[in-house]
Ligand binder design. Structure first.
Ligand SMILES: Nc1ncnc2c1ncn2[C@@H]1O[C@H](COP(=O)(O)OP(=O)(O)OP(=O)(O)O)[C@@H](O)[C@H]1O
Ligand SMILES: [Mg+2]
Length: 340
């Protein structure tokens, strides 16, 4: 059973969502519904399984329904139809007190525009999740200090959000989500407002934290390079419907349709794709090289480009301490050439 199970989720915004959804079921599309009834079909029959411990990325153009979808996981929005289950528990049917308890225990959220409490210090912002759970002050402040240090902000505990740069505020948001001690973190365009260098640093830190903490992260972005770097799996939304769910390599090498293909067209494939995608058997005509000369099969393609260009002999690839095959310049070129 997946940690988060989304089944038949449809959401219409407007005064009569149920009636509007019936029109959709009778064949009306999203633009038609808006034009004739003023209702917005934000999500349309979403089916999704998010596994515990994965970084699951949701991508799509502006207005495709990403924020709406993630807000169903902590039920900031009620669906018109369908269910969301967390560890088997139907979030969409929970009475409000049980919902609040579930949110405090399992769900933290990091917003695009930080969403910090302006009149609380950094320390009190980070400790907030523990405070509302009734953790005594000394204990929650100790934990908050540890997380502030972990995200590289030691020294700013007594400052207020407005005194910090955007990048620092985003780190406070991240520390607050981590300090809350939940197993699920929802991140809605959390890094999108940051400049590229800070953004890349925070992506790296999120990956490092994830490797040690094993949280389940649902991460929204409209930046494909970001999605490919941090996502274990990626879902692509278009007009409220899922068009593809897969690993970064599925999305790049086997785009489900033209919309996905257009998304991936400008990606740096040499960075996003790993050598195993071009793996071929070692040619019997060549003597097998020493293991020390082989490259890890999971390394990005770009790591061998300088060694490959202008060479006719292939480069050996290794996995688990043995040579498993090779890549040559033709296989790599075929993979890097844009499709279609
Ligand atoms: N509260 C609301 N009332 C009415 N329509 C809404 C509401 N929230 C979202 N919508 C509509 O639902 C659709 C999906 O919006 P959503 O905010 O989920 O998109 P998004 O993919 O997060 O976009 P962005 O990348 O711009 O954040 C859009 O057409 C939007 O106009
Ligand atoms: Mg959004």
């Amino acid at each position: 059973m997946a940690l988060i199970e989304i089944r038949g989720l449809s959401t219409v915004f407007g005064p009569h969502p149920q009636a509007a959804l019936e029109k959709v079921r009778a064949g009306m599309d999203k633009p038609g519904l808006l034009a004739t009834t003023g209702h917005v079909l934000a999500l349309d029959r979403i089916e999704l399984d998010i596994e515990g411990g994965e970084i699951f990325v949701i991508m799509g153009l502006s207005g495709s329904g990403k924020s709406t979808l993630v807000r169903h996981i902590n039920r900031l929005i009620d669906p018109t139809e369908g269910t969301v289950r967390i560890a088997g528990e139907d979030v969409t049917a929970l009475p409000i007190p049980a919902l609040i308890a579930l949110r405090r225990r399992r769900l933290a959220m990091v917003f695009q525009r930080f969403g910090l409490h302006a009149h609380r210090s950094v320390l009190d912002n980070v400790a907030y999740g523990l405070e509302i759970r009734g953790v005594p002050r000394a204990q929650r402040e100790n934990e908050a200090r540890a997380w502030i240090e972990r995200v590289g902000l030691a020294g700013v505990e007594t400052q207020y959000p407005a005194q910090l740069s955007g990048g620092m505020q985003q780190r406070v948001g991240l520390a607050r989500a981590l300090c809350a001690g939940t197993d699920i973190i929802l991140m809605d365009e959390a890094f999108s407002a940051l400049d590229p260098l800070i953004r890349s640093q925070l992506q790296g830190e999120l990956l490092a934290l994830q490797a040690t903490l094993g949280k389940t992260v649902v991460f929204i972005t409209h930046d494909l390079d970001e999605a490919l770097r941090i996502g274990n799996r990626i879902a692509i939304l278009k007009d409220g419907a899922l068009v593809q769910v897969g690993t970064p390599e599925d999305i790049l090498l086997r785009p489900a349709d033209d919309y996905v293909a257009a998304f991936v067209r400008d990606v740096n494939r040499a960075r996003a794709l790993r050598l195993h995608n071009a793996l071929a058997p070692w040619p019997q005509t060549h003597p097998l090289p020493a293991l020390a000369r082989a490259v890890d099969v999971d390394a990005p393609i770009e790591s061998v480009l300088p060694r490959l260009v202008g060479r006719s002999t292939p480069i050996a690839l290794r996995k688990d301490g043995r040579i498993v095959g090779c890549v040559d310049v033709d296989a790599v070129s075929a993979l890097l050439a844009p499709q279609g």
